[in-house]
Design a protein around this ligand. Structure first.
Ligand code: KG4
Ligand code: ZN
Length: 321
């Protein structure tokens, strides 16, 4: 059994997965409520909350899996990218647990973790495939030809797709995190009501900042009560623009890379508009789209473990190379 720990942003998560990819438990404690009043994640608050939650969350994951630390053979943990202070809490906890039991430790890249959410039972996806990774921090097109590695084909030049959802939600006075709120509201609106632009940048990259500005101007040009009345139309049109950009580029990238299948992972993979617009794609299971530790445990199955006690000096990293 592998114990996975994830604390890169505002979710404190622990999970137990087997070498065969069965998820025995997955506990996610979201801090969203704590950060909601600030309209975004406050790094220092996140670190402190991780510190309070990491031990009880690990304990719960072990109990849910019907095991204890004695049953664990490897400890896997997110090393980066993410908020360094937040990452260090999970990394320190993982080192301490592994060291105390003389276990190997597997440092996992958060983005490879998202991809590995596709490798879990039931019905794991096998490479090769084109992976669209769309989260609050990243928008990537990856050519995945084997487990454990990928080639980056495209990324965002400014905001990440999830960030665009969150910022749009803020402009519309919706709650945080905004993706779910826009998703919900968009179902009642007309996606063609506002002709928001889908930015076309060269290559296989994305740009969402112009779209955000277009929404800002649309809201500014409407009377306050009209914004209120047409909120669902604004949300639906805004979501449509983001979805069109993601779908267009994902299909283009798959074709260029000669990959027949498309998979979508990350928080934005939970979006119902995106799921509808890309019916041929494989989506990560809903519970594994947003940050969790089962995907970290899964990635550890395809990542080299560091033997006891060589990992004690390991550091976290904030951004990907
Ligand atoms: O993967 P994730 O939990 O964290 C990062 O690694 O960033 O992704 C969080 C992002 C947030 O921006 C959130 O608004 C977005 O995923 N998100 C959604 C939906 N659920 C979460 N965006 C659109 N529609 C959703 N249903
Ligand atoms: Zn993530």
């Amino acid at each position: 059994m592998i114990l996975g720990i994830e604390t890169s942003c505002d979710e404190t998560a622990a999970a137990v997965v087997t070498d065969d990819g069965d998820v025995l438990s997955s506990v996610v404690s979201s801090q969203a409520d704590l950060h909601a009043r600030y309209g975004g994640v406050v790094p220092e608050i996140a670190s402190r909350r991780h510190l309070e939650l990491v031990a009880p969350v690990v304990r719960e994951a072990l109990a849910d899996a019907g095991t204890s630390i004695e049953g664990v053979r490897r400890v896997a943990v997110t090393q980066g990218p993410g908020l360094v202070g937040a990452l260090l809490v999970g990394l320190s906890a993982a080192k301490a647990l592994a060291w105390a039991r003389r276990l190997p430790l597997v440092p996992v890249d958060h983005l490879q973790g998202h991809v590995a959410s596709l490798y879990l039972e039931p019905g794991p996806l096998e490479p090769p495939f084109l992976c669209l990774l769309a989260s609050g921090g990243h928008t990537l097109l990856l050519a995945v030809r084997e487990h454990g590695s990928s080639e980056r084909l495209g990324t965002t030049l400014d905001d990440a797709a999830g960030e665009a959802f969150d910022k749009g939600a803020r402009l519309l006075g919706l709650g945080y995190p905004g993706g779910v709120e826009i998703d919900r509201l968009a179902r009642e609106g007309d996606p063609g009501a506002f002709p928001f632009p889908v930015a076309r940048v060269p290559g296989l990259d994305f740009s969402f900042s112009g779209l955000k500005t277009a929404l800002l101007y649309a809201v500014r040009d409407l009377e306050e009560d009209e914004v209120e009345r047409r909120k669902a139309d604004l949300a639906a049109s805004y979501q449509r623009a983001i979805v069109e950009a993601l779908v267009g580029r994902a299909r283009e990238a798959a074709e260029r890379a000669g990959l027949e299948r498309i998979a979508v992972v990350g928080g934005v993979a939970a979006n119902s508009g995106l799921r509808e617009a890309l019916p041929e794609a494989r989506f990560a299971p809903l519970a594994l789209c947003t940050d969790n530790a089962a995907m970290i445990g899964s990635a550890a199955r395809f990542t080299a473990a560091l033997p006891y006690p060589s990992y004690l000096g390991l550091d976290a990293y904030a951004s990907f190379a």
